[in-house]
Ligand binder design. Sequence first.
Ligand SMILES: [Zn+2]
Length: 93
Amino acid sequence: MDNITNKEKLAVWLNEKWKEGIKCPVCKENDWGLYEQLWELKQFHKGATFNYERPMIPLAIITCNNCGHTMHFNALKIGLTIPDGLISSKKVK
Ligand SMILES: [Zn+2]
């Protein structure tokens, strides 16, 4: 059983991958808010504004607590746990 939360996995992954420290590219502060929840980025499809079957990428989000700049990372690449209910469409690998 994996008891590590997505937020904890994301923090470890960021510290491992971000070689030069995690400074905000906008304000240069190092104060980030991480979310436990994941978000969806759906493939654009003309005329299908409400189509759940579009391919999607699950995203982890971090936000600068100083200026609000937000970045997203592919949750599959990080190895985060994807809740069953979150994905009703195909995953893009
Ligand atoms: Zn910032």
